[in-house]
Design a protein around this ligand. Sequence first.
Ligand code: DX5
Ligand code: ZN
Length: 238
Amino acid sequence: MMADRPTFERLKAMVPTISVGILTADLMRLGQELSELEGTGVDILHFDVMDGCFCPMMTVGPPFIRAVEVGNRLKDVHLMVSQPLEKVADCIAAGADLVTVHVERHEHIHRTLQNLRGLARAAGRDVVRGVALNPGTPVEVLEPLIEEIEMVTVLGVNPGWGGQSLIPSTPRRLIRVKELIEKRGRDALVCVDGGITRKNIAEVATWGADLAVTGSAVFDGKNPRENARFMLNSFRPS
Ligand code: DX5
Ligand code: ZN
């Protein structure tokens, strides 16, 4: 029998693991950069979509997400945009397996999550629905959304760009998110995104997140294959 939630079940079987932020790669050589990650055990690629309104930087959108060939790896789309409701259909059509929207766009966040599920089902797909919390957002905002999500991402930095320093309140916030999920008896994963480096990943691994998003620590212009192996092995000690 086919699992009801094949993507979610596949993701759950992978954790703890890392999702690699590809926009810190050399985009002129993206195909080569991604082929460097083959055989490292990295099975999730993270796309940071920024619209220049929700956060300062502008990056890429659905045509780029669609164009990037990831093989059997999962496309993890992090929407840092002002109007996520209007964008989720295009992300699903572009092949997103995970779609994360920010709770700060809360006027229609619940509807956005409902739409995500409906659109994925209509397309005959299972898309993991995530919500992300900026460092300044109270964790309690998750309360009314918890039935509509499979993943919560705690941002370790303010959204904007790669290579920022991890904000010290991040582990505290992550633990509170985990407590809230547990209290409500939900089957949802937790993710930490931003500010994770070679130096701090062993400590981050002790916080109990299922997923860690890492960009500039992997794509540093030197050896992404070795970096990816190091980050993965540090987060998921064998
Ligand atoms: C923050 C993004 C992160 C970040 C990852 O705006 O959501 O995904 O760029 O990059 P590093 O690992 O360099 O912080
Ligand atoms: Zn991200």
